[in-house]
Design a protein around this ligand. Structure first.
Ligand code: CDV
Length: 327
């Protein structure tokens, strides 16, 4: 996918063939070896199609375990990885390197000093680690809430990362990551936009049923596209959103993985809710059309009047206005 920018058809462009490696459900009893085999199958299909980078979903290696409460925080530690790659994930790294394909992979990370993060690793085409991103906006709740049809205990099992949103030179461009609920927040994209990001990889697990306000259920697909398309356009960047979709342990989750251009247009989208590869040729130079025009940050941004964005957390409404008061 290229945009005609007047440079002529033969101008050297930074083209990157990217895929969203969508997963269908992962059962509670499905071993990592089986999930890794599914990921490798997607990689093999990606290799056949000349893909250079595959984005895999959030918490891709296991079922979405925060839907179950355990009294002890450590009760779910068997879903966490203490090393990456470890013995069970090494075959994935080896397969990707043998194809010369890079990938991003979401997993639950338990650090040697006992911290638990919802992490995504970015790996280059030679199997080397480029970066790790730890989820910033952790949704859900901390305590047992048995009234829910299923729980969303991410805030019990994961710490919020204080490392923020990095951007790394990789794959011929500038690449950033975010995880699921991060994609709903404009600050996520803008933080990376201010570092010149050209491709953002976002894995997600989004249940269709939103217990605090079921009126939103019918809008899950709309909101998913809305936030990623807006984030792409307003920052002149490619965005890859990749789901673990389908009905997992009785919970239906959104699929609709998509690759979105800097124009905000969806250029490729999943048509199933199972294991599926969604491919697009991303012209990283297309980002310039937006970064150097409407969203020329250096020229048009006004950080001096955005003070509340970084100094205020919750809403502060203005004091009531008395009728007849001077404006
Ligand atoms: N895994 C997630 O972060 N899920 C959230 C749900 C809880 C709203 C999401 O943003 O899709």
């Amino acid at each position: 996918m290229t945009a005609d920018d007047g440079d002529g058809p033969d101008a050297a462009r930074r083209m990157l063939r990217v895929a969203a490696g969508q997963l269908g459900p992962v059962g509670r009893d499905e071993p990592r070896s089986s999930v890794v085999a599914r990921l490798i199958a997607l990689l093999d299909r990606a290799a056949d199609r000349g893909v250079e980078l595959v984005a895999f979903p959030e918490l891709a290696l296991t079922t979405f375990f925060p839907r179950w409460y355990t009294e002890e925080l450590s009760g779910h530690d068997h879903y966490f990885e203490t090393e990456m790659p470890g013995p069970e994930t090494k075959p994935l790294f080896d397969a990707a390197a043998s194809h010369g394909i890079g990938f991003s992979l979401g997993y639950a990370e338990l650090t040697p000093d006992g911290h638990r993060y919802n992490t995504t690793i970015l790996v280059d085409g030679a199997g080397g680690e480029v970066a790790r991103f730890r989820k910033v906006h952790i949704p859900g709740h901390e305590d047992d809430e048995p009234w829910r049809p299923f729980q969303h205990l991410e805030r019990r099992y994961f710490e919020e990362s204080d490392q923020g949103f990095g951007v790394w030179p990789a794959f011929g461009g500038l690449v950033g990551m975010a995880t699921c609920n991060d994609r709903r927040w404009p600050e996520t994209y803008r933080e990376m936009g201010l570092q010149g990001v050209e491709l953002i990889l976002i894995g997600y697990n989004t249940p269709i049923h939103y217990a605090p306000d079921p009126g939103q259920n019918a809008l899950q697909g709309f909101h998913n596209a809305l936030v990623m398309q807006a984030g792409a356009y307003q920052n002149g960047t490619w965005v890859v959103g990749v789901a673990k979709g389908g009905t997992e342990e009785g919970v239906e989750s959104l699929a609709q993985s998509a690759i979105i251009a800097p124009s905000g247009q969806i250029v490729a989208q999943a048509v199933t809710s199972g294991d599926e590869l969604v491919v697009a040729d991303c012209d990283l130079d297309w980002c310039r059309h937006y970064k150097e025009t409407l969203f020329d940050f250096a020229r048009y941004r006004r950080p001096e009047v955005y003070r509340r964005i970084t100094t205020q957390k919750g809403v502060e409404v203005p004091p009531p206005r008395h009728e007849g008061a001077e404006p």
